[in-house]
Design a protein around this ligand. Sequence first.
Ligand SMILES: [Mg+2]
Length: 239
Amino acid sequence: MKTTGANSASGRPHPAVLTDFDDTAAAQNVAEMLLEQFGDPDWKNVRQRFREGQIGLKEYQEITFRNIRADRATMQSYVKGHANLRPFFGELWGFCQANDIPMAVVSQGLDFYIEALLERDGFKKVPVYAVNTEFRRGEISYHYNHAYPGKESQGNSKGFVVKSFQERGCHVFFAGDGQSDLEAARLADVTFAHRTLAKFCDDESIPYQPFEDFRGMLLAVREYSRNGQGPNVGRRAPG
Ligand SMILES: [Mg+2]
């Protein structure tokens, strides 16, 4: 991992921007879109077992995509034809690029569909922390490279990714919508939340900004990097 996230010339921690993918960076839940189109008809029963807490997100995703009836190229082209990024994603990426601010997608989803959409819109360079997949002889294998050491069997952790940026001295702006975003929201310096994540944040009294698209995040990151001001600045105790 790069080590450019240390304090800026102003002495303030350098900002970093992390966003969830399904239903956040992407306007749709792209994983479900693919399962709806190509999944085994049983996939909704598996989702029900996940929602009832009988299986974890990792198992839910592995089981449903194992039974999918399409190859990688077919799914990627479907994503390119049917999904879209939320407004101001590109403007935020452009601002981050111009100001040497790290920005990345952090997702519990699968790398190939995230990369397909980013690539279609010209954002191939956006780093993606997701489940890495390998397609071989009609089978998908899954690799979890962003897990807490020793906890790989539990899958990737968004909290682990947020923490790794903070350990490099970054002031982390995070956006998300779902249950898997909660551990990141608990740690992030500034959280943008909508849907389920907003409810969880309310329950745990985690401060957040409402998220609709990336405009608010762009303004907050710009304000922070120019003046050191914005939501929740100074919220995290030093050290
Ligand atoms: Mg999501």
